[in-house]
Design a protein around this ligand. Structure first.
Ligand SMILES: [Zn+2]
Ligand SMILES: [Zn+2]
Length: 287
């Protein structure tokens, strides 16, 4: 059975409500769904984080989780309580302090900024960088990921190779920094997500791409298939493709979470839920 743990609602930068996302997960025949809206404490006042993340978008994490628990109590599908937290070295200990009191099922740790530079907001900031600066952002991003893994406090590392998103690639992949980040993830016992959103972006690859996924497998880093869904239609996007990539890489299991404890579940051999529904529709049209 498939589940979708990396999902956003209107509490951060998603388009649909928690209730709508949960209903979409049930319609897609998912076994479980988890909401993970953004929680960001930046050390700066001048980033764009306040437009898309709690708490500076005027919404409070505690209120979001309260609504999530109300929806979960009435849902016909198990609903997990998660957060996607932003790693800044300057504020991470404060973030973990806030999260420690919240009775969560899992925390996704993500790097969306190198200092003030927004990695994935839009292509515009990347266009203003010269070659040296592009190389430096990629390198520093993986140094941050390594530091996040070393600090611990999260369960899942979000979109491992996010800086490739808009296609502004470095002259040479910062392999040393990437591998150091993977080593730290393995040493800390964190999981990696195979995030299918990348297939819908200019990079046209899941996060992480196949060779990095292989490097993760070689280190026995556990994985979880996620969609980084920002609307109902994305709740299980590209899941059959993602499951096939995981299996081709050698993975047989992925992790599920309850109360910050993980346990392995077999990766389904069947096609993803979205595809099954499409097939039914196609058959109906043809007949
Ligand atoms: Zn993210
Ligand atoms: Zn996300």
């Amino acid at each position: 059975m498939f589940f979708s743990y990396h999902c956003h609602s209107i509490w951060s930068d998603g388009r649909d409500t928690i209730g709508q996302m949960v209903a979409a997960a049930r319609c897609a025949d998912l076994a479980e769904v988890g909401l993970s809206d953004h929680f960001t404490l930046t050390p700066y006042d001048d980033t764009d984080a306040g437009q898309w993340s709690m708490p500076r978008n005027g919404r409070e994490l505690e209120d979001c989780l309260r609504e999530l628990r109300v929806v979960a109590a009435a849902a016909e599908i198990p609903v997990r309580i998660g957060v996607e937290a932003d790693f800044f070295p300057e504020t991470w200990s404060r973030v973990l302090e806030v999260l420690s009191g919240l009775d969560l099922d899992y925390v996704i740790g993500s790097v969306h900024y190198v200092d003030r530079f927004p990695i994935d907001s839009s292509a515009e900031p990347w266009r203003r960088l010269d070659r040296d600066a592009i190389n430096a952002v990629h390198r520093q991003y993986y140094v941050r990921l390594r530091r996040m893994a070393e600090s611990g406090g999260c369960d899942i590392v979000g979109h491992f190779d996010l800086p490739k998103k808009f296609g502004f690639l470095p002259d040479r992949a910062p392999r040393e920094e990437m591998e150091a980040a993977l080593d730290a993830i393995a040493a800390s016992g964190l999981a990696l997500e195979l995030n299918t959103a990348g297939w819908d972006k200019p990079c046209a690859e899941a996060y992480p791409g196949p060779s990095l996924l292989e490097a993760a497998f070689e280190r026995a880093i556990p994985v979880v298939l996620t969609a980084d869904a920002h609307r109902c239609a994305e709740i299980a996007r590209h899941y059959s493709r993602g499951a096939a990539l995981l299996r081709d890489t050698g993975y047989t299991h992925m992790l599920a979470w309850r109360g910050r404890r993980s346990f392995p579940m077999p990766i389904p051999l069947s096609r993803g839920p979205g595809e099954r529904r499409d097939d039914r529709r196609k058959k109906g049209e043809a007949s």
